[in-house]
Design a protein around this ligand. Sequence first.
Ligand SMILES: Nc1ncnc2c1ncn2[C@@H]1O[C@H](COP(=O)(O)OP(=O)(O)OP(=O)(O)O)[C@@H](O)[C@H]1O
Length: 303
Amino acid sequence: MNGPVAEIRTAVRRFLDEVRPDAVTVAVSGGADSLALAACVGRFVPGASAVIVDHQLQLGSGDVALRAARQCAEFGLVARVEAVEVSGPGGPEAAARKARYAALRPASGVVLLGHTLDDQAETVLLGLGRGSGPRSIAGMRAFDPPWGRPLLGVSRAATRAFCAEQGIEVWEDPHNSDPSFTRVRLRSEVLPLLEDVLQGGVASSLARTAAQLREDCDALDSLAAAFGGDCCAVDDIAELPVALRRRVLRSWLIDEGVPELSDSHLRRVDALVSEWRGQGGVWLPGGFVVRRAHGRLVVEPQS
Ligand SMILES: Nc1ncnc2c1ncn2[C@@H]1O[C@H](COP(=O)(O)OP(=O)(O)OP(=O)(O)O)[C@@H](O)[C@H]1O
């Protein structure tokens, strides 16, 4: 049997065989991606769980969640709806995402998410546009415990075709057609144009490049972790290749308790090593300042 049903079942089967989780939960939004995933998990791991998070932001959101829960129960999953309170900084989307991931985080086992190849391509383009460093272009991992993404190599179109073929009714998130979201415009305008110009599966090419970049980043990160020198001694780190030096600095600053270090912060700290002309300190999030004194870097709370 060929086609989207076989493709998606194979992807899910392969993921489960590789990871061998002791407990499986599927995170279900009610869209085609996560419903196709839930249908496969119900077939391979009957009795696994499904969680539908109700953000309670739209009228009727509870009905959407209940319908998805009923569908999951039909697939053989033990389904429950988690209603969350969405509040906090950064706008409703960011707050909803934070509340959702907090509600989905399991006590044990893995939580499967329905991210597809197209989500990966959009994530890579978003990272490129932000210019926030190689990690953000390296995209999502298929397995980043406790999160699993069995459909990361499968197109969104295949998940839709899966649901159509299996007679699964799909909920269309109204946000997915709202052009005020950057991701929606990447999906509906930029990626089709790139495909038209470049031809030959641009989403797959982006995802493949992201995977290679991830391997490179992982290799550099482990070299940085194994760095045997004194990461505060300027002489010890000045001769390191810049990609390695910045990683050594990043992990030192994180160990010192500095939260959310952006690429531009890191660049400025690195300048204290590579192009120091007696300049003052670099101010970092969380009220920290890094200074250079007597051939060493020192990080301390801002006074
Ligand atoms: N309300 C929800 N309840 C449970 N799971 C959800 C919900 N919304 C999204 N998910 C899960 O997250 C996956 C990705 O969905 P979506 O891309 O909308 O979320 P996201 O987490 O904001 O994405 P990203 O991680 O790329 O920012 C879905 O396939 C589904 O598995």
